[in-house]
Design a protein around this ligand. Structure first.
Ligand code: DP6
Length: 419
């Protein structure tokens, strides 16, 4: 190791978040984070939702430290410690000839790291930030420490940070295989198809405004495992069959089957939450309204146009068959949930704004002029202004990438502290 205390070596990565279409809910091992069933997710386009993480190492660092969105947070939790331990034990020799730095495998045990992480979406929005966060931590540290592991092997490390994080190591559609081994070595994620495989899909996330204090996924699923008989039945009898059908639907780009399975699995996950004692309510009236509108529309079309899925919170993730359907969906959503008069449309519809253009909506006048969708027969249809905080238009996206542009780094190359 070069003995100057001055050098800092860094790596910066960007990692997507993911939304499950067959849900993970329930662990058979709390420490190793081993699930009771397989799950399948779609990775979301990181240009709209992602975590960026810079990791740095220097002989000058006195302890491991981490900053999340600019604020220092503790790394003492078991999950961080598991990830750091697993990564350090697999670290390899690193040499940067230009900077005259040589780190040997054995040095990594003694060297401390600084980690700075930033979400390009509000953490408070309740969008799976821990999934992208742990995946990015593991991916960037693996690059810095020159791990030889493939993405699936890295996913088994990210899994120990947060279960759903293991699925963020890949783009496209991803399956987390529950595995059988007691040590968790075969509980890892694999890519089913790349994002280009089904690039017609458009995803619109409705971020719901009124938010009660939610039960965390970790404690919620613990209570479900302890008290819900439906969870046992789901894990043993339902999910294995659904996984086979879902893989088939994805492979064949069979939207009808995909949507039917996605909606049914989201509804069953929330049924398990209701079957938990005491019951857990993640969806609220706004979530339920969105489900009814989508169900009515799908029914009136004769085949599913949009799939919905909800995680451990009230936000709706809506997956549209194609762009044309997404534009019609956005018109419907804006009709039922117009922005408050003081909210600018530009800050109400985020992400891929070209869907707004496809929907023929240029400004608030166009929103006011929207007509009630034909499938709604109980006239006058009610509007729910202010129930939605914003919409994010996105699509299936790619897996983690290393950012070589040093200006993207979140830590200062001289000091190793946040910029
Ligand atoms: C409802 O991965 O957040 O989003 O493993 O305890 O960290 P921990 O839980 P987490 O649970 C996610 C649950 C879910 C469904 C899913 O993503 O599959």
């Amino acid at each position: 190791m070069a003995d100057s205390k001055k050098w800092v070596l860094m790596a910066t990565a960007q990692t997507p978040t993911n939304i499950a279409v067959i849900k993970y809910w329930g662990k058979r091992d709390e420490t190793l984070i081993l699930p009771v069933n397989d799950s399948i997710s779609v990775t979301l386009d990181p240009s709209h939702l992602c975590t960026t993480t810079t990791v740095a190492v220097s002989p000058g660092f006195e302890q491991d430290r981490m900053w999340l969105n600019g604020k220092e947070i503790s790394l003492s939790g078991g999950r961080f410690q598991s990830c750091l331990r697993e990564i350090r034990s697999r670290a390899c020799d690193v040499e940067d000839k230009e900077k005259g730095i040589k780190i040997e495998k054995k040095d990594w045990e003694k060297l401390h790291v600084h980690i700075a992480s930033y979400n390009n979406f509000p953490t408070a929005a309740g969008l799976a930030s821990s999934a992208a966060g742990f995946a990015c931590l593991v991916f960037s540290l693996a690059k810095l420490m020159n791990l030889k592991e493939n993405p699936s092997q890295l996913s088994a490390i990210a899994r120990q940070g947060s279960g759903s994080a293991c699925r963020s190591l890949f783009g496209g559609f991803v399956k987390w295989i529950m595995g059988k081994d007691e040590n968790g070595s075969d509980s890892l994620a694999v890519q089913l198809v790349e994002e280009e495989h089904w690039n017609e899909l458009v995803i619109i996330i409705a971020v719901v405004s009124a938010r009660q204090k939610e039960t965390s996924s970790t404690s919620g699923m613990r209570e479900s495992v302890e008290t819900s008989l439906l969870l046992q039945h789901r894990a043993k009898e339902i999910v294995p069959k659904r996984i086979v059908k879902m893989e088939e639907a994805i492979k064949n780009r069979d939207f009808s089957s995909f949507a039917q399975l996605t909606c049914a699995d989201s509804n069953q996950f929330h049924a398990v939450c209701l079957d938990t004692s005491p019951p857990i309510f993640y969806m609220n009236d706004t979530s339920h309204r969105i489900i009814s509108y989508v169900e009515k529309w799908n029914r009136s079309e004769g085949s599913p146009q949009v799939a919905y899925t909800f995680d451990a919170g009230p936000n709706a993730v809506l997956i549209a068959r194609d762009r044309q359907v997404a534009a019609q969906l956005l018109r419907r959503l804006l009709f039922f949930f117009p922005p408050n008069s003081d909210t600018d449309l530009n800050s109400y519809v985020l992400g891929d704004k070209s869907i707004l253009h496809d929907a023929g909506i240029g400004g608030s006048k166009d929103v006011e002029a929207l007509q009630c969708p034909p499938e709604i027969t109980n006239v006058p249809a009610q509007k729910y202004t202010g129930e939605i905080n914003n919409f994010i238009c996105t699509k299936p996206g790619r897996g983690p990438v290393l950012l070589s542009d040093e200006s993207k780094a979140l830590l200062n190359l001289e000091t190793g502290l946040p910029k």
